[in-house]
Write a protein that binds this ligand. Structure first.
Ligand SMILES: [Zn+2]
Length: 394
């Protein structure tokens, strides 16, 4: 079966013939070297194509049509067509061929280097792409695009300090705010520092994260974790409560930590009071509180248990099931059994979903691995009840 590339190259050979280049020469040749007649070159190329030797046909084309001012745009078009169709090796070959021309103008060299860097990126050869983008980011007309690509490469490589540097330079050159990305890069650095118990460095990174606008509450979460790790429970609690006040969805992250602190301090009655106060202010948080408690298997705190019961009985399918089971084992036992089943199920189903692209995961990911957006994941507030019922009945 002839591939699309076969047709593409066949088209190019035909175009060349039709353009009347048959009468002249293809590109620059040495004076001593007589131009071979077109029909031989042309037939050789077509012969490769008929035998489905696409790479040989491409090599033949590159040899036959030297890069010069008249043909360079054809070469660029060919390279980018190959890349767009995922034939990256061929795109690389075409762009390297352009760069090999000794008397290439500076602007065309930059264009070829930029195209080659994009080929490398598409091929997953990040280190090679990085080298070229670094070169182009230092004063070429591709400076802004190169910095943007560098920022994304450093993100993928989790090289957060370099990502900060590229983003800050890009803010100056490109004139748009990257405060959210930069805040997350600093949070990544802060979490890494906290992970190696370098809390002074971690605090400094959080400070850097919190200078830009818009701010991310992730900085407050990291600060709360640092406070917890250094036994400053008062600060940790203050921060967790503030986080929930500002972004209710983060209760999914904060509640297990809050419960752990109150349990350690033996002050569960105070927690009950604090959560009741929160619900009085925001009654609509009841469902998310209940779901978070179910997912993390948190119980034994009156206000949480009430929310969970209310949650289970307000889901029509579940309520019907609990009703049915209540006849046999009493409502309390039926509720407890359903809650346990949901807890088990939640442990094996995705708990967070990206609002941009729908990518879901078990734990909160600040950077969506699918669409590369920051802070677009939100916790689920429902379990798949059909599966729960199957688990419960069998
Ligand atoms: Zn996404």
């Amino acid at each position: 079966m002839p591939t699309e590339s076969t047709f593409l190259l066949a088209g190019l050979f035909l175009l060349l013939a039709a353009a009347g280049w048959a009468m002249g020469r293809f590109g620059e040749r040495d004076e001593e070297e007589p131009p071979p007649p077109l029909n031989i070159d042309y037939l050789k190329g077509l012969n490769f194509l008929l035998n489905e030797q696409t790479d040989q046909a491409l090599e033949h084309f590159l040899k036959m049509v030297r890069v010069d001012d008249k043909t360079i745009e054809t070469h660029f078009a060919l390279g980018s067509l190959f890349r767009r169709r995922g034939e990256v090796d061929r795109a690389i070959r075409v762009h390297q061929n352009i760069i090999a021309r000794p008397d290439l103008a500076a602007e065309q060299r930059d264009q070829a280097l930029f195209s080659l860097a994009k080929d490398y990126l598409k091929a997953g050869l990040l280190d090679r792409a990085e080298k070229l983008f670094v070169r182009l980011s230092q004063g070429s007309r591709y400076q802004v695009d190169a910095l943007d690509s560098l920022m994304r490469i450093y993100e993928q490589e989790k090289d957060w300090q370099r990502a900060v540097d590229a983003a800050q330079e890009l803010e100056v050159m490109g004139g748009k705010s990257l405060a959210l990305q930069i805040a997350h890069y600093y949070c990544e650095l802060a979490e890494a520092a906290a992970g190696r118990e370098d809390y002074a460095a971690a605090r400094q990174y959080v400070k850097n994260a919190q200078t830009g606008r818009p701010r991310t509450l992730r900085g407050a979460l990291v600060r709360a974790h640092i406070a917890q790790a250094t036994n400053d429970n008062k600060t940790a609690l203050k921060l967790y409560h503030r986080i929930i006040d500002e972004h209710t969805y983060l209760i999914a992250e904060a509640l297990p930590e809050i419960v752990a602190i109150y349990t350690r301090e033996n002050q569960l009655a105070d927690l009950d009071k604090a959560l009741q106060g929160m619900l009085d202010k925001n009654p609509e948080m009841s469902a998310l509180l209940a779901y978070t408690a179910i997912v993390n298997d948190i119980g034994g705190i009156p206000v949480i248990d009430q929310c969970v019961e209310h949650y289970l009985l307000n889901e029509p399918t579940l309520a019907e099931f609990i009703d049915m089971q209540s006849v046999a084992e009493g409502e309390e036992a039926a509720l407890a059994r359903t809650r346990k089943a949901m807890s088990r199920l939640a442990a094996s189903t995705p708990r967070y979903q990206c609002q941009e692209c729908g990518f879901s995961s078990q734990r909160l990911l600040w950077l969506c691995p699918s669409c590369r957006s920051w802070e677009t994941q939100r916790p689920a507030s429902r379990v798949q009840f059909d599966t729960v019922l199957q688990h419960s009945i069998t």
